[in-house]
Design a protein around this ligand. Structure first.
Ligand SMILES: [Fe+2]
Length: 152
């Protein structure tokens, strides 16, 4: 069975990330405002959907998912940021580094699940890994090379 502690950390991260992505969605400023406003919305929608999926996996195996903001903040490894204006580059860099953190944790959980023949968690997290990998490619493509759109 997959370690429920890691699943709860992942769950807590999704809860904190959902709020943080809203913060960035509201407070991004600059030339890419519309793109990043919409992009962060697509990411908090994805985080919110996964939040429920991961909690329900814990319930299915008779575990109690963390269910209070206090608990989420106590165990989350994603860090909140203050409410203030954020330039496009800062937003992209925060989304990218949080996504790398989530990808690394998703890989750990997937690997643990594979080792214990926990196919439900393995296949759920394969999906998250595929999505983060694709999103990180989008972000790299947006921030490197000619005609770089994100200078602030
Ligand atoms: Fe909105």
């Amino acid at each position: 069975m997959t370690c429920s502690k890691k699943l709860n950390t992942y769950l807590a991260n999704l809860a904190v990330w959902n709020v943080k992505l809203h913060n960035l969605h509201w407070n991004v400023v600059g030339k890419l405002f519309v793109s990043l406003h919409e992009y962060t919305e697509s990411r908090y929608d994805a985080a919110f959907e996964a939040f429920d999926e991961v909690a329900e996996v814990l319930k299915m195996r008779g575990e109690m998912p963390l269910s209070t903001m206090k608990d989420y903040l106590a165990v989350a490894t994603i860090e909140e940021v203050p409410a203030q204006d954020y330039g496009c580059r800062e937003v992209v860099e925060m989304v990218q580094s949080d996504m790398q953190l989530m990808l690394a944790l998703a890989k750990e959980i997937r690997d643990d699940a594979a080792q214990s023949d926990d196919f439900q968690v393995q296949s759920l997290f394969e999906g998250y890994i595929a999505d983060f990998t694709k999103q990180l490619w989008f972000i790299r493509a947006m921030t490197t090379g000619h005609g770089q759109a994100c200078s602030r």
